[in-house]
Write a protein that binds this ligand. Structure first.
Ligand code: APR
Length: 314
C-alpha cells in the first residue's frame, strides 16, 4: 500500500487521515510540530479501526525521518483564518512555515508528490516548488475541487436538485478572484443559464467566493475542514490510484491559457506522476479575462516574496 504523509495534524490534517483510513487508500504518517499531537491523534485513529473496519497502518511523529518513502506528502501545516482575516493575511507567517516544511520534505521524501493545502494556497504552492526545486508536475495545491464543490452545492440547493446532477468548475486563484465557470455549468445536462436568471447565478458565484469566510464567521476559532479534507482525498485518490482524472487544481502554468510562471487553479489530469497534463478547455472571453486578472494578482504577490524563502533556513 502506498504511503502518504500529512504534515500538520490540525482540523484538515486529522480529518483527511480519517477519510484516508476509511477508504484504505494509503498507509498514513501524521506529523505535527506540537509535541504529542500527531502521536495522540494517530493512536485515536488507529483505535477506530476495529470499529470502522479498516486495517491500514497509521503513525504519529515529530520526526521527518518517518515520512521517508511517501508517495504523497500533504501539507496542511500553518495558521488557519480567524474572522475578519482574508487568506492573504496569512501570507507572512504561513510562507515561513511552508518554506521550512518544504525543506524537510525535500530532504526526507525527495521523490514525493507534494499537495499543498495551507493558505494562501496558490502562493504557498509556489514557495514549495521554489524551495524544493521539485519538477512542477510534483507540486500542486488543493482549492478548485473545494470551490467547485461549494458552487455545485449552492446551485443544487437553489434549484432543489441532487448535487450529483450539477456539473460545474471553478478555476483561478483560491480567493476573491476565483473564476466559477458559469458558461459550462449544467444541471442534468441543461445549461445553468436556462435554469436560473443571470442575477441569481451572479449571487451564487458571489456566495461561492465568500464560502470560506462564511464558515470562518460561524466557527470563529477555525476555518472549514470537512469539505477541504474531502477535496484533498479526491485528489490523493486520483494520484495514488493513477486514475488520470481531470480535476481543477492549483498548478504551475507554462503557457497554457496564455499564462506563465504562476500557480493558479486550472483543470489538470492527475495520476501517478502528479500533474500529468494541464487541460485547456474552452472558456468564454469573459472567463479567460477573469482568469488573467486572477493570475496577474497572484504573480504580483509571488514576485514580492522574500527570496530567502526559497533557500535553506535551518
Ligand atoms: N510543522 C508542522 N506542523 C505545524 C507547523 C510546522 N512548522 N506549524 C503549525 N503546524 C500545525 C499546527 O500545530 C496545527 O496542528 O499545523 C496544524 C494546523 O491545523 P489547524 O490550526 O487546525 O488548521 P486547519 O484548519 O487544519 O488548516 C490548515 O489549511 O485550509 C488551510 O487555511 C487553512 O492554512 C490553513 C491550513
Amino acid at each position: 500500500m502506498a504511503k502518504m504523509a500529512i504534515i500538520g495534524t490540525g482540523n484538515v490534517g486529522a480529518t483527511l487521515a480519517l477519510l484516508t483510513l476509511q477508504r484504505e487508500l494509503a498507509e498514513v504518517v501524521l506529523l505535527d510540530i506540537v509535541p504529542g499531537l500527531a502521536q495522540g491523534k494517530a493512536l485515536d485513529l488507529a483505535q477506530a479501526g476495529p470499529v470502522l473496519r479498516y486495517d491500514s497502518r497509521i503513525k504519529g511523529t515529530e520526526k521527518y525521518e518517518d515520512i521517508a518513502g511517501s508517495a504523497l506528502v500533504v501539507i496542511t501545516a500553518g495558521l488557519a483564518r480567524k474572522p475578519g482575516m482574508s487568506r492573504a493575511d496569512l501570507l507572512d507567517k504561513n510562507s515561513r512555515i511552508i518554506s521550512q516544511v518544504a525543506g524537510r520534505v525535500k530532504e526526507f521524501a525527495p521523490e514525493a508528490i507534494i499537495l499543498v493545502v495551507t493558505n494562501p494556497l496558490d502562493v504557498m504552492a509556489y514557495v514549495v516548488m521554489k524551495r524544493t526545486g521539485f519538477p512542477s508536475k510534483r507540486v500542486l495545491g488543493m482549492a478548485g475541487v473545494l470551490d467547485t464543490a461549494r458552487f455545485r452545492f449552492f446551485i443544487a440547493q437553489e434549484l432543489g436538485v441532487a448535487q450529483k446532477d450539477v456539473e460545474a468548475m471553478v478555476l483561478g486563484s483560491h480567493g476573491d478572484r476565483m473564476v466559477p465557470l458559469a458558461g459550462g455549468s449544467t444541471v442534468k445536462g441543461r445549461p445553468l443559464s436556462k435554469a436560473l436568471s443571470q442575477a441569481k447565478i451572479e449571487a451564487l458565484i458571489q456566495r461561492t467566493r465568500e464560502a470560506g469566510a462564511e464558515i470562518v464567521g460561524l466557527l470563529k476559532e477555525s476555518s472549514a475542514f470537512y469539505a477541504p479534507a474531502a477535496s484533498v482525498l479526491l485528489m490523493a485518490e486520483a494520484m495514488l490510484k493513477d486514475k488520470k482524472q481531470v480535476l481543477p487544481a492549483s498548478v504551475f502554468a507554462r503557457g497554457e491559457y496564455g499564462l506563465e510562471d504562476v500557480f493558479i487553479g486550472l483543470p489538470a489530469r492527475l495520476g501517478r506522476e502528479g500533474v500529468e497534463e494541464i487541460i485547456e478547455i474552452d472558456l468564454l472571453p469573459s472567463e479567460l479575462k477573469a482568469l488573467h486578472k486572477s493570475a496577474q494578482e497572484l504573480k504580483a504577490i509571488m514576485a514580492r516574496l522574500p527570496k530567502d524563502l526559497f533557500e535553506a533556513q535551518e
